[in-house]
Every structure is written in structure tokens, then in C-alpha cells.
Design a protein around this ligand. Sequence first.
Ligand code: HEM
Length: 486
Amino acid sequence: MEHRYPVLAIGLLGFLTHSWIRIRRLPPGPWGWPLVGSMFHYQDFSEGRAHVTMQEKYGAISSVRIGSELQIWLNSYDVIREAFVKRSSEFFHRYVNNSFELLGFDDDVFLKSYDAEWKKKKSFLMSSLKSCGFGTSSLEGKIQNGVDALISHLIEIQAKAGHEGYCVRAPLRWLAVNIMSDIVFSEHYGPNDDALHVYIDAVDDLFNVTPYQQLILDSFPMWALHLFTPSLHKDMRNRGNKLRSLVRTRVEDHKEKLVPGESRDFTHALLKEWGNGEEAISKIVHNIVLITPDSADTLPLAIEWLLVYTAKYQDVQEKIYQEIDENIGGKQDISLKDKALLPYLEASILETFRLANMFITTVAHSVHQDLRLEGYAIPKGSSVFGNLLSVHMNPKWFPEPEKFKPERYLNHEGKFVSNEHVIPFGLGPRACLGQVLSKMEIFIIAAKLLRSLHFRFADEDQSVEGILIGIVRRPPTSKIITSKRN
Ligand code: HEM
């Protein structure tokens, strides 16, 4: 009996020492309040200000607690590579946060944890998408036709807008939605179709969450959200359901029209593989929704950013135009094969990816066991983010990082030389699934648009630098004036 107390005391001391060591060895980071962590500085985190300074203040790896979530931030290229490429099997899993769960994104290859089943599913999805043209040369013709229609549409809008100018965002989204809709449903929208706007509104609804709502979603456990903020809880569920129900209607329609043996598009391929029972339909809807937001939002945003930069920096735009004119001329179609002829355009696209930072971090990864990275503890269950903004704004790799300078990627002969530190799609096996498609679309669309049209701001003083708006960065919704090139 009398031996029990020393044993208990030693046990307790061991536990406290272990906890102390674990706490002490977490990556450094800002001080946080008990329970709520750095919640009161949330605005700095959600708008990206904290991301740029994180490396300077705390080094290549840091941690921050927002409510109940411990976030580990990888602030340097080398550490992101170490975790997501070299040790990908340990950092492969996804952290399912409340927003993703409420929106209903928690049950597909996007957020499911890594295992043999996930691998099989992802490789099937990729091969089905590719067989429908996703990221392959067979899609080029469709992109080219789409850009021709876009150019005519922009000329019409400009004629109506006059010197007031217009915003390019909606027309670019029309094109991007149609390219994806062709792959997925073999369907197209007209630029003014109500159905297009309903669809785009549903995509926007997924992310139009105020910083205050996001803070609540990120900080409290699900049961507390359910109990204390039932309207937010319900609202988030409705947003996910709205997009799913639109997609479901089109999948059901496809099911009715399915001709046995025919495989026209991605929906057909999935119906053929998984069948058309209720469970299969839900799974199909889920997987289509998975690729919808980025193709209808992030991808056209990247093109918009390029147009915004070239409208601001007219010398860059002129160089791109001269390069296209001299090397390709009026040849109707421009394809990926022409890339080698257009190094300055390629450099401008890469510089857009670096400076625009559509995603300031990767999507959250997670670890399923206690790990060590760079000597620091990464506790099981924490979320792990690649801090892309801090890599892209690091003067070590990019002198004068805040400046838009395509010349960074040109050698003395004017040839394009890539820079491995530009990582807008993340790194490793969990990197963006739409990377090849995005690069292909952006190149062809930009080349064709900038050959045919000249872009300038209606307001010459429009600023484009230093705009950090939320986790997904958007260009200022500034008015642009386009005129036809000869
Ligand atoms: C310029 C456009 C785009 C950018 C900058 C971009 C960026 C990213 C980033 C940073 C990630 C997270 C990587 C990580 O967590 O390590 C990601 C993941 C993902 N992206 Fe994209 N993306 C773009 C376009 C697209 C498109 C067009 C699609 C679909 C067609 C797409 C589908 C996905 C999917 C499904 C994932 C999750 C992959 C996984 O968890 O395994 N993205 N993207």
C-alpha cells in the first residue's frame, strides 16, 4: 500500500515531464490564449498578413493554435518538400475541418485519408477524366473554339460598356465553366443563360463566408456549432446541398439518356463503372462536385490575374504581343506545342502564379501519428499547411518579391528557365489534381486573348499590388477596356 504513492508520484512526474517536453518542442509560434489560442488575431491569418511574416519571425516551421485546432505551418520550400514529397506517406492525410464537413466535402478523394482504396479511386478518376480530354491534347480544339467565342463576346461587351469599361471576371468564368462542362456533361452554356448564373452562384456560395463566420467555424468543435450556432450550421449544409442538387439533376438527366456501350463524357464513364443505383448516383455527384469549385473559380481567377497584371504593366503586355506576332503570327490556333516559341508569355504566366497567390496555403494536410520534423514535434491530429505565400515572397528566391517581373525566368538567351520555388499547386502526391489542365488552359487562353485584344484599365491609377483578400486571393474587380488588335 505504502509503495503506491511513490509509484503514482513517479508516474505523474513522468507524465508532466513528457507533456512539458512535448509542449516545449512544438514549433514556435505566436502566443495564444488558453482555449481560444490566437483567435483574436484571426483576421491576420485569414487575410494572409501573418503568412508573409511567419518565416521571418519563427523560421521554417511554426505553429499556431486557432480555437481547438493546432496548425503547423511549413514556411520554407525545403521543409514543404521534405514533408509533402520525401515523407509524403506520413503527411499525406487530409485534415477535415468543420467547413469541409458541413459542406459535405468529407467523403471523397479530396478529403478522404490515404489508403489503398483512396489510391485506386484517385487513379480511376484521373484516367476517366483523361479519357474525356482532361489535360490532354484532345481538349485543345475545344479550348480554342471556346476562346474564339469569348473574344467575340468581349468585343460585344466592350461596345456596350464604352469608356466605362467592364469586369472580365464573368466572361472568363463562362469560358472555364464551359470547358469543364464539356468534359463532364458534354454540355455548354450561353454567356447569359440563367442556368450558368445559378451554377456560378452555387459555387460562390461555398466560399462566401465572412471572416467572422469562418472564425467560428474554425474555432469550435462540431457539437458546439450545432448547439450554439444552429443557423450557421444549417446555412453551411444548405450551401453544399445547393450545388449537389444542381449537379444531381444533370446526372439524373444523363442516366435517362445513357446509351449502353457509349461513353461520351466523365458522367457517362462514372455511370458505366459504378452503375446508376441511388448510392452510385450520390457517389458520382460527389466526385463531380469535387472538381467544380476550382475549375469554375480558381482557374479563371488565374487568367484574370494575368490580364490584370498585363493591363497594369503595358510594357509586359506589349512584349507578349510582339512575341506572339513574330513567332506565331495570325495562325488561327495556338496549342501547347507553341510553348517553346513563347518564352516571355510562359514567364509571365509563372510570375502570375507566384505573385497572385490564388491559394496562400495548401489545403490542410494532417498526420495520423506523433511525428518529428526538423527536430520539432508534430502531434497526431494537427493540421499541416504548406505556406505558399511565404515561399513565393521569399527574397532569397525572388529578389524584389513584390514586383511583377517575368524576366526572372529568362536566361541570357531569352529562353524560359523555370524556378522550382514557384509552387502554386502544392507539391507531392497530394498536389493539385487539376494542375496539368490548368496550365494548358491558361497558356492557350492567354495566348489567344493577348494576340487578339489589347487590355488596359479604365482607371489608369488602378493598383494591383499588395492585395490580400482571404485565403483565395482575388484581383480587384476593376474595370478594363479592351480594343481589337489589327
Ligand atoms: C490555377 C488553378 C489552380 C490552383 C492554383 C490550384 C491549387 C491547388 C492547391 C494549392 C491544392 C492543395 C495541394 C495540397 O494540399 O498540397 C489543390 C488541390 C486540389 N485541386 Fe487545385 N488548383 C487549381 C485548379 C484546379 C482545377 C481546375 C481542379 C479540377 C479540375 C482542381 C482540383 C483540385 C483537387 C481535387 C485538389 C485536391 C487533391 C488531393 O487532395 O489529392 N484544382 N489545388
